[in-house]
Design a binder for this molecule. Sequence first.
Ligand SMILES: [Zn+2]
Length: 280
Amino acid sequence: MSLDYEVLISEPIPQNITALVPNGDRRMFSPITSTLIHGAEDAVLVDPPLTSEQTEAVGDWIERSGKRLTHIFATHGHGDHWFGAGPLSKRFPGVRVVASAGTIAQMRVHADPDFRAGFWDKLFPGQIPDSPVLAETVPDNRFQLEGHDLVIVEVGHTDTDDTSVLHVPDLALVVAGDVIYNGVHQYLAESADGGLEAWLAAIDQVEQLGARHITAGHKDSALDDDAGRTIAETRRYLHDARELLAVHDTAEGFFHAMLERHPSRLNAGALWNGASTLYR
Ligand SMILES: [Zn+2]
């Protein structure tokens, strides 16, 4: 039986920040992509979302698929890619939560009570579920779905440290987390000190997997999952950032110059978050 995949996008939700983005937008969190890879009977979820409400919708979607959820995989440690694993592992007993060793270390950072309270719970008061770190590694960074290999490829620093993608060779699919973006402003806040170069090298690594489809962790639901386009656009955004960071003295100048080059990407607030952090 061959595999297939679907995505569910958790659409942008407001952050608990009153200051507007310099272009007048309200501060929002980017759309979040969850990917369900499935065979005849079983399914694997990649990147559960962030809030309790989003997680409930993803759980309903998995239930409607009629498949048995065997694994939850998280591509990296940012809470918007795994906090939903807590409630989902209660809702689907027996499911295994899987990640690379590096991702598990980063999950511990985001789950730390002080960090969580000072960052995630402040942005989304009362909205984030309890989510202990349940993830475990798998031998040789691979696991199976109905006999098909799912391969965890560790690519290092991209929009944060210790990130990975899930390669599904039999689907010519890479579930890319935040290594590849699709029509959404990229999170540059952790890109100082060689971060852009590391991210570009990770994109090369993904390209070498030769996939035809890429599901990006943050995607505009109106767009397809074409691998060539999403790789090229993610790379170009980083090249533009590198060029414009060198010529602009202020976060505002950089922000507006990036917006001019990428006017159709969603959530300028994510760009502003990165700009204000890089110029701090
Ligand atoms: Zn993310």
